[in-house]
Write a protein that binds this ligand. Structure first.
Ligand SMILES: [Zn+2]
Length: 105
């Protein structure tokens, strides 16, 4: 076991969501946590976060919402397995429904 003396400092990042683009801080603590983890799929360290906390939280809620509706994710695209042809819902329809619901709360 070699001792690492890496010191992490807070980094300023920009959110990749087109309708957000907020500046956010990738804290030293989070970087340290990231450095200890590996992507189980690629075996490589995780990429730095591309979204701010608000967007990550929102996407997490959207994912839970879609899963609760029985949607499945295929190669990064959400699909309603029961929908066919014309009735196949597009992802953004479901998401805007969810967003509208959030606004109404
Ligand atoms: Zn954001």
């Amino acid at each position: 076991m070699s001792e690492t003396t890496t010191t992490y400092v807070d980094k300023a990042l920009k959110c990749c969501e087109p309708d957000c683009k907020a500046d956010f801080t990738w804290t030293a603590g989070e970087q340290e946590w990231f450095a200890q983890k590996q992507d189980p799929n690629s075996g490589k360290p995780f990429e730095p976060p591309r979204r701010c906390k608000t967007c990550r939280e929102r996407l997490k809620q959207e994912r839970e919402y879609l899963v609760s509706r029985g949607w499945i994710q295929e190669r990064g695209v959400w699909k309603d397995p029961r929908a066919t042809g014309e009735s196949r819902l597009k992802l953004h329809v479901a998401l805007s429904t969810q967003r509208a619901r959030d606004v109404q709360k």
